[in-house]
Write a protein that binds this ligand. Structure first.
Ligand SMILES: [Zn+2]
Length: 392
């Protein structure tokens, strides 16, 4: 079924600005911050009163397995000796901390990159990490809370990155030759967008170990457009999980002076068959209405994501690179992915400045950073607002 909470934009109104979304749900914030404040005030008092005993890493991992609701989930620990920081995983949830310089020091435990708890921090003794009892208790409480919230908290569970073209389909090819990787050659869209997509995938995987980051191709192959959207549409999702689709392309124009980036989304007047009629046999009469509502949601979300990406491009590439704006067109991959979807055109293959950005280490890093920032901002708005829609 479709669940629409009251943040849903299911009426035909003007698109609200991104900031309108989180504000629509004040209770969620009050509740969340109240919880954090209560923990901040009382936890140090409670923990300070207890005698401090401690466990080794192995004992801590065993203790985590007994967390309420954690049955069958993987328990893992990663340690960064340079930053003296630790990362616990319990299934898709994770909690990070910086080690204390001495026993009985309090500090922060950050859960799922979002909620803050205070606790007596782990410290090192004779080269081994020691975990105070009170830290483990806080860690288990924090994980149990986030497991409790799984059923209701809406999140982006998967990100599909779609490098355009590939294999027998080179996409756009520049008319002239450019110095690329120390060699004079034509610029080929399929190679440029694959390189940017791979880098983006790596950054997203590091930023969100709990999300599935998928690519429609990771080599010089040619999945058909139907195969690409099938990959995206067949990702299994829970009730509270959503997915986004980002297709990456490069542009071509006859005028060599034309340059800049642009983002495309699907116009709202295009009707998609989003819901599978076979699953909704009982509610065939309301299916068109449900489809309509979903279409509206996905359009709004695609516009928000597109604008976030354009803003991040502006900040990262600077004002000298033209922002060609957000555009609406009925692209196949955008139309047939049943989720918020955008198509990003990085730049123009026949413009020497755009080529310099798309084929040099410095430029590739900037595109990767800009795409990451834009996607991260959208996900932040989506997840903080509890999502706009949940679909099953
Ligand atoms: Zn293309």
């Amino acid at each position: 079924m479709i669940k629409h909470d009251h943040t849903s934009h299911n009426k035909k109104t003007n698109t609200p600005p991104p900031s309108a979304c989180p504000i629509n749900q004040p209770e969620r914030y009050v509740k969340k911050y109240l919880r954090t404040i209560i923990l901040l005030i009382f936890l140090p008092l409670i923990t300070a009163a207890l005698p401090l005993s401690a466990l080794t890493l192995d004992e801590t991992l065993a203790a985590l397995e007994t967390t309420r609701g954690a049955e069958g989930r993987r328990v893992e620990f990663r340690w960064d000796p340079f930053f003296q920081s630790g990362l616990f995983f319990l299934g898709d949830h994770y909690a990070s901390f910086f080690a204390a310089a001495a026993p009985e020091e309090s500090g922060f435990l950050l859960l799922d990159g979002r909620d803050i708890f205070t606790a007596h921090l782990p410290y090192t003794e004779n080269g081994a990490l020691i975990f105070p009892d009170t830290f483990i208790a806080s860690l288990k409480d924090a994980f149990a809370l986030s497991i409790d919230e799984e059923a209701t908290r809406l999140r982006i569970a998967a990100i599909i990155i779609d490098p355009g073209h590939g294999g027998k389909d080179p996409g756009a090819v520049s008319a002239g030759e450019f110095m690329i990787n120390g060699k004079s050659q034509k610029a080929v869209e399929k190679d440029i967008v694959l390189e940017v997509s791979k880098r983006l995938s790596d950054v997203l995987k590091k930023a969100w170990p709990g999300k599935r980051i998928l690519m429609t191709r990771d080599g010089d192959t040619f999945p058909s457009l139907a195969e690409r959207t099938t990959i995206a549409n067949s990702v299994p999702l829970r009730d509270n999980e959503a997915i986004i689709y980002i297709s990456i392309h490069a542009n071509k124009a006859f005028n060599h002076n034309t340059r800049g980036y642009e983002v495309w989304y699907l116009p709202s007047d295009f009707r998609r068959e989003l819901l599978d009629p076979s699953k909704y046999a009982d509610s065939a009469d309301i299916l068109p209405i449900l489809n309509d509502m979903l279409q509206e949601e996905f359009t709004t979300e695609s516009i928000l994501m597109g604008n976030s990406i354009l803003k991040a491009f502006g900040e990262t590439l600077g004002q000298s690179v033209p922002n060609r704006g957000l555009k609406a067109q009925d692209w196949y991959v955008v139309r047939n992915s049943r989720m918020p979807a955008v198509l990003v055109e990085l730049g123009f293959l026949d413009n020497k400045d755009d080529i310099a950005l798309m084929t040099t280490e410095n430029g590739l890093q900037k595109f990767t950073e800009a795409l990451y920032k834009g996607i991260a901002e959208f996900i932040g708005v989506f997840e903080r607002s509890g999502g706009f829609t949940a679909v099953r």
